[in-house]
Design a binder for this molecule. Structure first.
Ligand code: TYM
Length: 333
């Protein structure tokens, strides 16, 4: 059976982008594969996090994942810092990956901006830890949004170089799984930028915690253009904001952008936006309610996460031990 791994950073409140690009696709995989899903707090601190907020965001993220349909009887859900093997294998990979490879990472360039001297070294080696997250379970399928593709290619380079350098066939090849019309949901303020939980503007995204009024307000103010919707996708070329809203409606209603255009061609955004708002509110309201219910009992949630970490640990530990043996570390016992 294939083993699936994916992670999400508790660096803010989960957005519609996280949901449509990743979380929603994780849910059906639980029925077909052995699945591990992880709230990656070690990754979150590569950029400054307020400790209290990190703690509450970690619980909130776990509650969101459950509210979106992860089922603890079918998958393993845990917090990255609870399983030390991630950081331990991450160190080994720091010694495998090459500076040149990391220098090419577009996400590092975007996040570091012009101020390279000031960003944490953790941000630079972030993809090595991400490779460790996956490979410490010998996971071979990784469902993610489009923005993670380059990191997964690097993870494969690391696995191959490790195997080659040590003359082993130990780490498997990873298959990225990038699905659907919403693999890249864009900002509501700028259709050329990814919707992100760390964007300073709350108006740029729909958070899964937003209530109906807030969703309506954000969609109403979302950037658009004065033209009507065309009857075919090619005609949306050069209209990134319009393309994005059409894609969101298609993803939320389980149809295609082509079908959305067939239904709404000739309408302006004044008519289209209320339809989109309605679809988002009816889709997200039950998720928000379930998330709030789960957060009323943080003790129970923490206990589930501890159980998840134990299950994850039991898979990761022998793989880490074998890695150490391959590298030539003296066995502890
Ligand atoms: P993160 O926390 O930024 O995002 C979590 C998941 O959501 C997807 N995503 C999006 N998809 C579509 N449109 C968007 N606007 C959008 N924004 C985010 C991401 O592609 C991701 O799948 N590095 C990862 C976390 C990670 C990880 C891993 C993932 C750490 N280790 C191992 C897979 C495997 C990240 O920052 O995701």
């Amino acid at each position: 059976m294939q083993r699936v791994f994916s992670g999400i950073q508790p660096s803010g409140i989960p957005t519609l982008g996280n949901y449509l690009g990743a979380i929603r696709n994780w849910v059906p995989m639980q029925d077909e594969s052995e699945c591990l899903f992880c709230v990656v707090d070690l990754h979150a601190i590569t950029q400054r996090q307020d400790p209290k907020e990190l703690l509450s965001n970690t619980r909130e993220m776990a509650a969101t994942l459950l509210a979106c349909g992860l089922d603890l009887n079918k998958c393993t859900l845990f917090v990255q810092s609870h399983v030390p093997a991630h950081a331990q294998l991450g160190w080994v990979f720091n010694c495998i990956a090459r500076m040149g490879w990391l220098n090419r990472m577009t996400q590092f360039k975007d996040k570091a901006g012009k101020n390279r001297e000031e960003v944490s070294t953790g941000l630079f080696v972030y993809p090595n830890l991400m490779a460790a997250d996956i490979l410490v379970y010998h996971a071979n399928v990784v469902p993610v949004g489009d923005d993670q593709k380059q990191h997964l290619e690097l993870a494969n380079d690391i696995a191959q170089k490790f195997n080659h350098d040590y003359g082993v066939d130990f780490f498997p090849n990873i298959q990225p799984m990038i699905q659907g019309v919403a693999a890249r949901v864009m900002s509501l303020r700028d259709g050329t930028k990814k919707m992100s939980k760390s964007d300073p503007s709350d108006q740029s995204r729909i958070n899964l915690t937003d209530d109906a009024d807030l969703i309506a307000d954000k969609i109403k103010r979302a950037k658009t253009d004065p033209d009507v919707l065309p009857d075919n996708l090619a005609a949306l070329e050069g209209r990134p904001e319009a393309r994005n809203l059409v894609g969101i409606l298609a993803a939320v209603t389980g149809t295609t952008p082509e079908a959305v255009l067939a239904e709404h061609a000739g309408k302006g955004f004044g008519a289209f936006k209320p339809v989109l708002t309605e679809a988002l509110v009816s889709h997200l309201t039950p998720i928000r309610a379930e998330m709030q219910r789960l957060l009323t009992d943080p003790g129970a949630l923490d206990a589930e996460l501890r159980r998840g970490a134990e299950k994850a640990d039991a898979i990761a530990e022998p793989i880490l031990k074998k890695t150490y043996e391959i590298v030539g570390f003296l066995a502890r016992r």
